[in-house]
Design a protein around this ligand. Structure first.
Ligand code: ADP
Length: 185
C-alpha cells in the first residue's frame, strides 16, 4: 500500500500516521521528522530547513524533493509506505509522480479539522514539546500557507478518485478507526 496523509497543521496527521503505518507494516515517512532529525544531527540540510520551519514557511523544493527521493529509494519503502507531509504543493505532486514511476499512490487520507481547534491543540503541544514552530504567530502562518499551497491538492487527488476524507476531531482511537473504515483494508 502506498498512502499519503495530509491535513492542516494540528489535525493529528503525525499521530494517526504512526498508528496506520504500524497496522499496515509500512514505513512512516514524515518530512517534518526528517527535517528535525537532520537538525538534531546538525547537517547542512537541517540548518537550511530550520530557517523556513521556524518562520512557518515551506522549505524550498531544492532541499525537500531530493530528501524525499533518497528516502523512497531505501529498501523498506519498496513494498509500500505512508508519506506524511509530502507532497505539500502542486509542484511536489508532479515530483512525486516522477519518483514513483508508475507505482502510483493508492489512497490519500485527508484529516479535516476546524481552525480554532487546531490552534488550541498546537499551543498545547508547544507547552508539552517545545517545538520552535508552535508559537501562535507561526501557527497562524502555517495555517495560511496550508490553505494557499496545500489545500488545492485535495481537489487534485479527488479528481484522481483516490481521496479519503476523515474528520480529525474525535479521540485518537476513534479517528484511527474511522480512517480504517474508509480505507477498506
Ligand atoms: P505540521 O504539518 O504540523 O506543520 P510537520 O512536522 O509536518 O508539521 O512540518 C513542519 C515543517 O517542515 C513545515 O512547516 C515546513 O516548514 C517543513 N516541511 C515539511 N514538509 C514539507 C514539504 N513537503 N515541503 C516543504 N516544507 C516542508
Amino acid at each position: 500500500m502506498r498512502l499519503l496523509i495530509m491535513g492542516p497543521p494540528g489535525a493529528g496527521k503525525g499521530t494517526q500516521a504512526v498508528h496506520i503505518a504500524q497496522r499496515l507494516s509500512v514505513p512512516h515517512i514524515s518530512t517534518g521528522d526528517l527535517f528535525r532529525a537532520n537538525l538534531t544531527e546538525g547537517t547542512s540540510l537541517g540548518l537550511e530547513a530550520k530557517k523556513y520551519m521556524d518562520a512557518g514557511e515551506y522549505v524550498p523544493d531544492s532541499v525537500t524533493n531530493g530528501m524525499v527521493r533518497d528516502r523512497l529509494k531505501q529498501a523498506d519503502a519498496a513494498q509500500g509506505f505512508l508519506l506524511d507531509g509530502y507532497p505539500r504543493t502542486v509542484a511536489q505532486v508532479a515530483e512525486l509522480d516522477g519518483m514513483l514511476a508508475g507505482n502510483n499512490i493508492d489512497k490519500v487520507i485527508v484529516l479535516t479539522a476546524d481552525a480554532d481547534e487546531v490552534v488550541t491543540r498546537l499551543l498545547h503541544r508547544a507547552e508539552e514539546q517545545g517545538r520552535a514552530d508552535d508559537t501562535e504567530e507561526v501557527i497562524r502562518r502555517r495555517l495560511e500557507v496550508y490553505a494557499e499551497q496545500t489545500a488545492p491538492l485535495i481537489d487534485l487527488y479527488a479528481a484522481r478518485g483516490i481521496l479519503v476524507e476523515v474528520g480529525g476531531m474525535g479521540s485518537v482511537e476513534q479517528v484511527t478507526n474511522n480512517i480504517f473504515a474508509e480505507l477498506h483494508v
